[in-house]
Design a protein around this ligand. Structure first.
Ligand code: PEP
Length: 243
């Protein structure tokens, strides 16, 4: 058993329905050994509090309030009982042009509100192939460390999500994931000792059959689950694999 409490966080992305949420609310059971989180689309957050899981949002504004039509303030999320906010998901970086600096600003806003960011990092396929992926991931983390301050990463959950593995079925091998997780842990504990104790989740085509071997690795503290978090049976199996 690891010293860090495992976590399994589902990321529904722009999928699901209120009916599916109700079904999850009835099926997912509270656990004292695994932190279970469901990150549902904004309109479902208010209804998500009835389940035996913590609620997460998939993004938030870097601003606290004001003239930002269509954006969501972290204080509003807090009012609904949200505890976690995914920040810097690769789909936000790609679809909305979020930079490392934008993401650091969001991390800062989420921390200031007392919520926990699930900070996503991870490289595109070309950088994996050119063997420069560690430098890339390091830059992503460094931006948060430099802009948000030394202790910021110790207050985040970090999700390593290689982009080539997201939604592709091309899961990183447990060895590939462990290598990067260990690298991340070593680097961030260099900047701030406490950050070495942060949970580092793996994300990228985790499913009911491959979760156990991934989670068995010493620096993999659980997973961020996209597609498989929409199927109750699979999500439950993945949560149990993290025990
Ligand atoms: C994700 O979107 O964070 C993710 C890991 O997706 P998937 O599990 O579908 O690859």
């Amino acid at each position: 058993t690891k010293s860090r409490k495992p976590m399994v966080a589902g990321n529904w992305k722009m999928n699901g329905s209120l009916a599916l949420l109700t079904a999850f609310t009835q099926a997912v059971e509270l656990s004292t050994v695994v932190d279970k989180v469901l990150c549902v689309p904004f309109p479902y957050l208010a209804a998500a509090g009835k389940g035996d899981f913590a609620i997460g949002a998939q993004d938030c504004s870097q601003f606290e309030s004001g003239a930002h039509t269509g954006d969501i303030a972290v204080s509003m999320l807090k009012e609904l009982g949200v505890e976690y906010v995914i920040v810097g998901h690769s789909e936000r970086r790609q679809d909305h042009g979020e930079s490392n600096e934008d993401i650091a600003a969001k991390v800062s806003t989420v921390l200031k509100a007392g919520l926990t960011p699930i900070l996503c990092v991870g490289e595109p396929l070309e950088l994996r192939q050119s063997n420069t992926f560690k430098e890339y991931v390091l830059e992503q983390l460094k931006a948060v460390d430099e802009i948000c301050g030394r202790s910021a990463l110790s207050q985040c959950v970090i999700a390593y999500e290689p982009i080539w593995a997201i939604g592709t079925g091309m899961t990183a091998t447990p060895e590939q994931a462990q290598e990067v997780h260990e690298f991340i842990r070593t680097q961030i504990s260099d900047w701030c000792e406490a950050a070495g104790h942060s949970r580092i989740l793996y994300g990228g085509s985790v499913n009911a059959s491959n979760a156990e071997l991934l989670f068995a690795k010493p620096d993999i503290d659980g997973g961020l689950i996209g597609g498989a978090s929409l199927k109750i049976e699979d999500f439950v199996v993945i949560c149990n694999a993290a025990k």
